[in-house]
Design a protein around this ligand. Structure first.
Ligand code: SF4
Ligand code: SF4
Length: 418
């Protein structure tokens, strides 16, 4: 690595140092409390997957380049230089961490591994060493935001083709549209993922609840966040914010996508609309009596996997349980409790990398499989696309013998006529 590249990467590191980051970089006492917390370490038993070990790779650079002692006497405090080998270590640490923040809950100082890994991810982008596909997917989303007119017509045709399936599940009044798009002054803007599975069940429930809603032109997923690029993350988020403002909606409801929800909820700043997850919205409909569910629809035992970005990191823990209480008498919660729930092993962009990460994802999530098996449930519900894909892969790989279901689609299937 030449000096110019080193300086550029260190500038990227510097751009991430704020008060919170400095605290995370300077506080670790190496107490070891986080050792067992990481699902990757717990499943694979390799030291490099301990949270504090991952931090140490970033911290070594901090000590060398940003702390006085490291600059004067680089050997002091294990301050090591930035080299091509360090980049490989950073890649290994960052792209084996799902950003689930389970370790943070155990750490007595609340050190945030995801934040520390965001330094690694940004430096990897600077060195063109990030997983290229994630950047390409992020750029595609950004381009789509810039040229809405180009894809508008094909999007609307695709949506029209789904409407009959929505009406089949829930009859609408004459003159109403099954999947409204681009409706000004709607109460709620629903931001879905590409694919009928993310649109049809949600539309059915919105219509059953007589919601004044409209579907977003954009996909919820934020590949900028997966690759750890703050600029791309913001550009992707801003397309949706602009649309919500243009339509003057009161609420932006994010589909079952954990990262999309956390980004919109925590990074969008003060806006004239509130941000909610579809799980919160559907729980609200039940609470307000706007929809009723048939408890006889699902007779098998159901358990629920809390997506890390929605539950531990987003605070949506009671709502799915409220839905499940109304959906079944056979709910069996996972142990340990939601705050300490094991990550499914698919976050942080790992599922988006597909087969490339499949072997690692299967090996690193063995504890998740044990956790689900202990419930003896036959249905494994969740509320995140990434988790659903990863849990389905685990189900096949470990022959877990469960049906992996999206919670929102179970709500749609169990709707009672009112
Ligand atoms: S628990 Fe916190 S302080 Fe202890 S080793 Fe882990 S990160 Fe460091
Ligand atoms: S954030 Fe999750 S995956 Fe990353 S080190 Fe902590 S426990 Fe492991």
């Amino acid at each position: 690595m030449d000096n110019k590249m080193r300086d550029e990467l260190l500038n990227l590191f510097r751009s991430k140092i704020n008060r919170a980051m400095r605290y995370y970089l300077e506080t670790c006492t190496r107490c070891g409390v986080c050792t067992e917390a990481c699902h990757v370490y717990n499943s694979m038993g390799q030291t490099k997957y301990i949270a504090a070990y991952r931090h140490e790779i970033v911290r070594r650079l901090y000590k060398k380049y940003f702390k006085a002692r490291g600059k004067i006497w680089p050997g002091f405090g294990e301050a090591k230089g930035l080299s091509d080998m360090t980049l490989e270590e950073l890649f290994d640490a960052a792209y084996s961490c799902t950003g689930c923040r389970r370790c943070m809950v155990f750490c007595p100082f609340g050190i945030d591994t995801q934040m520390l890994m965001s330094i690694a991810k940004l430096m990897l982008i600077g060195a063109n060493a990030e997983p290229e596909i994630l950047t390409m997917l992020a750029d595609t989303s950004i381009e789509k935001g810039k040229s809405l007119e180009l894809f508008k017509e094909s999007f609307l045709t695709g949506i029209k083709n789904l409407e009959s399936e929505v009406v089949e599940k829930w009859k609408i009044e004459a003159g109403e549209t099954a999947i409204p798009v681009d409706v000004e002054d709607a109460d709620l803007l629903y931001v879905a993922l590409a694919g009928a599975h993310s649109i049809i069940p949600a539309a059915v429930v919105f219509n059953a609840a007589r919601e004044k809603w409209t579907l977003s032109f954009f996909e919820a997923v934020n590949f900028g966040a997966f690759v750890g690029d703050p600029t791309r993350t913001k550009l992707i988020m801003d397309r949706i914010i602009a649309e919500a403002k243009r339509l003057k909606v009161k609420e932006v409801c994010i589909c079952e996508c954990g990262t999309a929800y956390r980004v919109m909820k925590q990074l969008s700043g003060k806006q004239p609309f509130k941000v909610s997850s579809i799980t919160e919205v559907q729980a609200g409909y039940i609470r307000e009596g706007r929809i009723k569910l048939d408890k006889t629809k699902f007779t098998d035992t159901i358990t629920y996997h809390d997506p890390c970005q929605i539950a531990r990191n987003g605070g949506v823990i009671d709502e799915p349980r409220y839905i499940l209480d109304n959906l079944t008498d056979n709910f069996r919660d996972l142990t340990p409790e939601p705050k300490y729930n094991w990550c499914c092993g698919g976050g942080g962009g790992l599922v988006a990398l597909g087969d490339e990460t499949l072997d690692f994802r299967m090996k690193s999530a063995r504890v998740k499989v044990d956790q689900v098996k202990a419930t003896e449930a036959k249905i494994l519900a969740t509320a995140c696309e990434n988790c659903h894909t990863q849990l389905s892969n685990l189900n096949d790989h470990y022959k877990m013998d469960v049906a992996v279901r999206f919670l929102s689609s179970m709500v749609a299937d169990a709707l009672l006529p009112q």
